[in-house]
Design a binder for this molecule. Structure first.
Ligand code: BGC
Length: 450
């Protein structure tokens, strides 16, 4: 029997990026430094000494980049705003020129028939706020609401879909627990506090939106489903810890107003007693949730693995991407159905999904075939279709990423783009995956039947 992969008529097709990863010119026009500016300029933190100083030079080439989106037929573009462009000290003084950049970008998108989808925080905290404790300072909920309100007032007349945070788990795991990402701390004691304040800030940002905004707001989580390596009680318990730590630590306070009990076990004496009242702030009604999905983990018990006491198990005969992630599309279907079952029937978007594979350098006139990436995309689009058939209210899909960009501390070494970027010349070349995705959009998925 043939299957039809046609998507609902109002399904929304997009692509995503984030500010520090593509913009370049991080200090232009009066912007303040962010923690990523500092981190990238600290010797030894970034692969090959790469920085976001130029990145994709999108700050200056944004009009050309909107034409790349148009060539794909994108209906939506998800990008983030650099907080320190708008408020160089993180709070207080507004830098109008920084705000104007995003206003011009929004206008350019709309003139080209592309809906802007704005994320307020994609990891580039103003350095001035980090100096005041950053995510460890409870005041950050107010700082974030203040910043968010400035942006809502400037753009909500044209922007209809907002998110407070991108992937708070990565901010705390990479930034506060293991130190591989800015601000580079390594503290079991700080990580849960940073996580909690992120969710308080998200709640405060949503609250502020209800007073000013007229459209939709949500929050974006990375969900990586955990599967036990065996049926042993130890492996099952390890899987629960991993699931609670990575996936539920953020979605639970936002959507259920509590934390899963396993977190106390994971963090031990470092797990604080949070004031009960805080959950009134974290649990704000959302219009949608964005899910970023890349891979799964198969988990076994491992007492030496700090602090989770759980370790991932590599799967034989499976394809792994350049970032070491197993290609496992069923995990995306499972994630969507799990999310609905645990949190209720909330409208969902896949706000990121994509893969880094090696791409050869491209010369003039070259066709860039990237079959592994195309295959990844094809399989994951089929996986979301299965979730829709199973009754998940999935409204849209954003591919990560529009173009190759700065993969954080891995620098430019990992390429996720639909467009190849030559970082020496800034030349963009569509990969075969871009052409395939354009066909998906044009046929609303029917091309997947072939
Ligand atoms: C982030 C992106 C990142 C991507 C690939 C997500 O964790 O939101 O900024 O580039 O995954 O690692």
């Amino acid at each position: 029997m043939t299957h039809s992969y046609r998507f609902p008529a109002d399904f929304h097709w997009g692509a995503a990026t984030s500010a520090y990863q593509i913009e370049g010119s991080p200090l232009a026009d009066g912007a303040g430094p962010s923690i990523w500016e500092r981190f990238a300029h600290t010797p030894g933190m970034m692969a090959n000494g790469d920085t976001g100083d130029v990145a994709c030079d999108h700050y200056r080439r944004y009009k050309d980049d909107v034409q790349l989106m148009r060539a794909l037929g994108l209906q939506g573009y998800r990008f983030s705003i650099a907080w320190a462009r708008v408020l160089p000290e993180g709070a207080g003084r507004i830098n109008q020129k920084g705000l104007d950049f995003y206003s011009r970008l929004v206008d350019e998108l709309l003139q080209n028939g592309i809906e802007p989808n704005v994320t307020l925080f994609h990891w580039d905290l103003p350095a001035a706020l980090d100096d005041r404790g950053g995510w460890l300072n409870r005041d950050i909920a107010n700082w974030f609401a203040e910043y968010a309100s400035v942006v809502y007032k400037a753009l909500d007349d044209r922007v209809k879909r907002w998110s407070t945070l991108n992937e708070p788990w990565v901010v705390t795991d990479g930034g506060y627990l293991h130190g591989a990402l800015a601000p580079g701390h390594r503290s079991l004691y700080e990580a849960p506090i940073a996580a909690h304040n992120l969710m308080r800030a998200s709640g405060a940002g949503i609250q502020a939106y209800r007073a000013i905004g007229k459209h939709e707001i949500g929050v974006v989580f990375n969900i990586e489903p955990k599967y036990p390596a065996s049926g042993s009680p130890d492996d099952l318990a390890a899987t629960r810890r991993a699931q609670a730590y990575m996936n539920e630590q953020f979605a639970d306070p936002a959507l259920l107003g509590s934390y899963p009990p396993e977190l106390k076990d994971v963090f031990g004496p470092a797990w604080p007693d949070f004031p009960e009242d805080d959950f009134k702030l974290t649990r704000q009604p959302v219009d949608f949730v964005g899910i970023n999905y890349y891979t799964r983990a198969v988990v076994r018990n491992d007492p030496n693995h700090y602090p989770l006491r759980a370790a991932p198990v590599r799967q034989p005969n499976k394809t792994y991407t350049e970032t070491g992630w197993e290609v496992y599309e069923q995990g995306l279907t499972d994630t969507l159905t799990w999310f609905k079952q645990r949190y209720g029937d909330i409208p969902l978007y896949i706000t990121e999904n994509g893969s880094a594979f090696y791409d050869p350098p491209v010369a003039e006139g070259d066709v860039l075939d990237d079959p592994l990436r195309t295959n990844y995309l094809r399989k994951h689009l089929k996986a979301i279709h299965r979730a829709i058939e199973a009754g998940v209210n999935l409204k849209g899909y954003y591919a990560w990423s529009l173009m190759d960009n700065l993969e954080w501390s891995l620098g430019f070494s990992k390429r996720f783009g639909l467009y190849h970027v030559d970082f020496a010349t800034q030349k963009r070349t569509p990969k075969a995956t871009a052409k395939f995705y354009a066909k998906v959009i044009e046929t609303n998925g029917a091309v997947l039947d072939e």
